[in-house]
Design a protein around this ligand. Structure first.
Ligand SMILES: *Cc1c(COP(=O)(O)O)cnc(C)c1O
Length: 423
């Protein structure tokens, strides 16, 4: 039996992370379940952004070295502070670029086709941009993507079979790129196991952490993962277009960046302005141009919240919220045409619930009209992320109760079953 409404309210009162909700700009009476696409603004993130704006206002060019938060070292500082979230050493992480740009950077650095080993292995259900990047990278290196990009799994499936992924690690594969958590079903892949299997076959492997950073802990260094990239605008609450990040395992320090640029320089050498590139000794070498300061600054405040809450506590609460969601769904949504797409097991479940329904698009519009912000994904999926830092158990109760009402009373019929331009 799932908790009653009263019990859910009581559970929120006892929640050790409950006070974080007031750190965020969350509209009165709104349940925001779209933090897996764009996390909310916190007061701390706003504050650190304002600090950098003020440094610009007061100091102009001198903000680079003498600002309250000197911009010249901001990417390194943010990398160091992000490292605990992914189980990395501080110097293995740099905040820079976006997922797609970082895929281009890291694949151009670590994809080294040689002899029979010329292929890249990915999966058939990942986010399209990752695939566009891999295909263009193959083309640039003179290979035909139709032949050299292998995509394991079935595009019609919602989950990937790890055995199938491992079987696809054949001797013609040079590099593997996989998501840590699938963007639709929320399935968590076993990064440790996949890394071991790849390495035992002499293949380099990287992960796209878009849907896992800030949602669950990682041990990238200990697992020996070669490289990783992510964005910070989803669970990290760094704002629209916020700067992403990348990880390069220390065993690869010294590898030349495929796409070099002056901000990848050793910081003491950068302003010598020599035409001979002297890269930084760590992950900083993989930066390209001038950092996007105003799109990175909010992350500083946002990371404070993660430091205070602790990623293990965030994951624990997130699992309790999604567990409660599924229990309620089994009771209240039974017979209403919903299918739970996300894996049910805790160790396979990411931060969001994924429901499928024939009227998903119109149900999402009805939810939004009712003060609950969902995330629609074509063709027929509703993603609902009860983000631990700003969502409570009663919010989950209200969401499932509203979903049941929308379908029972056919309230969704007031809306067209078509997606808007963005989701
Ligand atoms: C969100 C997301 C992206 C978006 O890439 P950007 O370059 O940051 O726009 C790419 N891949 C995955 C798996 C994502 O979830």
């Amino acid at each position: 039996m799932a908790m009653t409404e009263q019990q859910a309210i009581e559970r929120d009162r006892q929640d050790p992370l409950g006070h974080f909700k007031s750190e965020f700009y969350l509209k009165e009476n709104t349940v925001y379940l779209n933090g897996n696409s764009l996390g909310l603004l916190s007061r701390r993130a706003e504050q650190t952004l304002l600090t950098s704006l003020n440094d610009w206002k007061e100091q102009g060019i001198d903000g680079w070295m003498n600002g309250e938060e000197p911009w010249f070292y901001l990417s390194e500082k943010l990398g160091k502070k992000s490292a605990p979230l992914i189980g990395a050493k501080p110097e293995e992480v740099i905040v820079t670029g976006s997922i797609t740009v970082n895929i281009h950077q890291l694949v151009s650095s670590f994809y080294k086709p040689e002899g029979k080993r010329t292929k890249i292995l990915a999966d058939a259900v990942t986010f399209p941009s990752d695939i566009y990047a891999l295909k263009s990278m193959l083309t640039l290196k003179g290979f035909d993507p139709a032949e050299h990009l292998l995509q394991a799994g079935n595009p019609e499936d919602h989950v990937l079979d790890e055995e199938e992924l491992i079987e696809a690690m054949t001797e013609d594969v040079a590099l593997i790129l996989l998501p840590s958590v699938l963007y639709r079903s929320g399935q968590v892949l076993d990064m440790k196991r996949l890394t071991e299997e790849a390495h035992s076959r002499g293949i380099v492997i990287g992960f796209d952490l878009a849907h896992s950073i800030g949602a669950l802990p990682h041990e990238l260094h200990a697992w020996g993962v070669d490289f990783a990239m992510w964005c910070n605008y989803k669970y990290m609450n760094n704002g629209p277009g916020g700067t992403g990040g990348l990880f390069v395992h220390e065993k690869h320090f010294g590898t030349s960046p495929g796409l070099a640029g002056w901000f990848g320089s050793d910081k003491d050498k950068q302003f010598d302005m020599e035409h001979e590139f002297t890269p930084a000794a760590d992950a900083g070498a993989f930066q390209i141009g001038t950092p996007h300061v105003l799109s990175s600054a909010p992350l500083l405040g946002s990371l404070e919240l993660f430091e205070e809450a602790g990623i293990d506590a965030v994951r624990k609460k997130s699992l309790a919220l999604t567990e409660f969601f599924m229990e309620l769904a089994d009771e209240k949504l039974d017979g209403l045409g919903f299918t739970v797409i996300n894996p049910r097991e805790a160790d396979k479940r990411g931060g969001h619930i994924c429901l499928q329904h024939t009227h998903s698009a119109s149900i999402c519009k009805a939810l939004k009209a009712g003060g609950i912000v969902p995330d629609f994904r074509a063709p027929d999926m509703i993603r609902l992320a009860p983000v631990a830092l700003y969502t409570g158990f009663h919010d989950v109760w209200r969401t499932v109760d509203t979903l049941a009402r929308i379908v029972k009373n056919e309230e969704y019929r007031a809306y067209t079953n078509k997606r808007n331009v963005i989701a």
